[in-house]
Write a protein that binds this ligand. Structure first.
Ligand code: AMP
Length: 249
């Protein structure tokens, strides 16, 4: 079984985003970028499937600028076999990404595609669902665990108030939630080995799909600064303030 894992290069989750002065977007110059955390979990899952003998080949694909190659190398150092880099400087919307992923999936023929449930930069949380719909494949979103049984996967999904267990016939799409696994750190020998693993270079034009944006960003602003907290004398004052000032009880 071949497993395809789409990975996105995003602003590192430890870095505080700075909005550009013209409010056109987040300033990404000279800041640390990393693999989207949910995609690290997807990579880890694919590598574990291969280690368990369930996956025969693992491939990552990243659509993004030249530096997305670094993100692909990180996945290769974690144990993925090879990479595909679709180079573009445009920040493509989920539908455009999903269309490119469909073309890649048609060329590669994976039986399982594992995506992150959401990219932490734009929080769309849409690509996995759109990709599954375009492929007409079943989707197990927000996976908390997944296990192969014959020609299907049993996926336990995180849902409001609990866990839902679903069965997906292969080929299928799964999106990762935080508790699916804990991604490994790449060891130095594996980082060295990853340098020799192949990365195919492509561009969106190679796939002949319409990637034009459907959204227009009007402005991006920073969240309102939080007001400083205050200390109160006693519980009675706290209750009084919650009731009469904050109006929350
Ligand atoms: P989103 O719908 O933008 O929140 O992204 C959800 C998931 O889709 C991510 O966690 C990735 O697995 C995948 N994805 C989104 N954008 C890209 C991209 N540019 N290249 C590769 N995978 C992507």
């Amino acid at each position: 079984m071949k497993v395809l894992v789409p990975v996105k290069r995003v602003l590192d989750y430890n870095v505080k985003a700075r909005v550009k002065s013209d409010q056109s977007g987040v300033d990404l110059s000279n800041v640390k970028m990393s693999m989207n955390p949910f995609d690290e979990i997807a990579v880890e899952q694919a590598v574990r499937l291969q280690e368990a003998g369930t996956a025969s080949e693992t491939v990552v694909v990243s659509i993004g600028p030249a530096k997305a190659q670094e993100t692909i190398r990180t996945a290769l150092a974690m144990g993925i076999d090879r990479g595909i880099h679709v180079e573009t400087d445009e920040d493509l919307e989920p539908l455009a990404v999903a269309k490119i992923l469909k073309a890649v999936a048609e060329a590669e023929g994976p039986e399982l595609v594992i995506l992150g449930k959401q990219a932490i930069d734009n929080d769309h949380g849409a690509t996995g669902g759109m990709f599954a719909a375009l492929m007409d494949w079943p989707l197990g979103s927000a996976a908390n665990s997944m296990e192969k049984e014959g020609d299907s996967f049993t996926v336990v999904k995180e849902v409001d108030g609990g866990l839902q267990t679903v069965k997906l016939e292969l080929p299928a799409v799964v999106t990762t939630d935080l508790r699916l696994n804990e991604p490994r750190y790449a060891s130095l020998p594996n980082i060295m080995k990853a340098k020799r693993k192949p990365i195919d270079a492509k561009t969106p034009a190679d796939f002949g799909v319409d990637t034009a944006p459907r959204l227009k960003t009007l402005k991006v602003t920073e969240p309102a600064a939080r007001e400083a907290g205050i200390k109160v004398e006693d519980v009675a004052t706290l209750v009084d303030k919650l009731k009469n000032e904050a109006g929350v009880i």
